[in-house]
Design a protein around this ligand. Structure first.
Ligand SMILES: Nc1ncnc2c1ncn2[C@@H]1O[C@H](COP(=O)(O)OP(=O)(O)OP(=O)(O)O)[C@@H](O)[C@H]1O
Ligand SMILES: [Mg+2]
Length: 164
C-alpha cells in the first residue's frame, strides 16, 4: 500500500485551492491520476492544478477529446479517458510521449488506465462523504513522492485558513 492522506474540503473553491497548491509544488514530468464518481470534482481539481502552473486558460473536459494541452511555465496535458474502454485503447493515443516527457500529465478517470500509469504517479481520489452537505468532499492523496509531504502541509494549512 502506498502512503496516503486525506484532505477534507467543504466547497469547490477548496478543491480548486488544493489543485493550485499542487500545481505550485509538482515537479516536471509528474503524472496525476484523478478518480471519483461523476461530478466528484476531478475537473475542478485539474483547473486548480492549471492555475498553480500559471496557465491562464481553464481546462474543461470536452466530449470526445481524450487529451488537451495547456501552455504554462510547464505544459499541462489534461486527459479525460471516461470514454475509453481501457488500457489497450489508451495505447493508441500515444500517451507515453506525454507521461514520460517534461510536462505535467493529469488523467481524469485514471482507474480505467491504471495498468499503464507510471509507478510513481500520484493518485487523487475524490469522494462524496456518506453524510455531509452537497459541497463536501474527501480528497485522498496517494503516492510515494517526497514533495507530497510539503503538499500535505501546505494544503492542510491553507484549508484551515480558508475555513476561518
Ligand atoms: N467540494 C467540491 N469540490 C469540487 N466540486 C464541487 C464541490 N462541491 C460542489 N462541487 C461541484 O461539483 C461539480 C464537480 O464537477 P467536475 O466537473 O469537477 O466533476 P468531475 O469529477 O470532473 O466529473 P466528470 O466525471 O463528469 O468529469 C461542480 O459543479 C462543482 O461546482
Ligand atoms: Mg471531469
Amino acid at each position: 500500500m502506498e502512503p496516503a492522506f486525506l484532505l477534507e474540503v467543504s466547497r469547490p473553491e477548496q478543491t480548486m485551492l488544493c489543485g493550485e497548491i499542487m500545481g505550485k509544488l509538482i515537479p516536471r514530468g509528474s503524472v496525476v491520476g484523478l478518480t471519483g464518481d461523476l461530478g466528484a470534482g476531478k475537473t475542478v481539481f485539474a483547473k486548480g492544478l492549471a492555475r498553480g502552473l500559471g496557465i491562464e486558460e481553464e481546462p474543461n473536459s470536452p466530449t470526445f477529446v481524450i487529451m488537451s494541452c495547456y501552455e504554462g511555465s510547464v505544459p499541462l496535458f489534461h486527459f479525460d479517458v471516461y470514454r475509453l474502454s481501457g488500457g489497450a485503447e489508451f495505447e493508441d493515443t500515444g500517451y507515453e510521449e506525454f507521461f514520460y516527457g517534461d510536462g505535467i500529465s493529469v488523467v481524469e478517470w485514471a482507474d480505467k488506465v491504471r495498468d499503464v500509469l507510471p509507478g510513481n504517479a500520484v493518485i487523487i481520489d475524490i469522494q462524496f462523504p456518506p453524510q455531509g452537505d452537497e459541497e463536501s468532499r474527501t480528497i485522498k492523496v496517494a503516492g510515494k513522492e517526497k514533495w507530497l509531504l510539503s503538499f500535505r502541509n501546505t494544503a492542510e494549512q491553507a484549508l484551515l485558513a480558508s475555513k476561518k
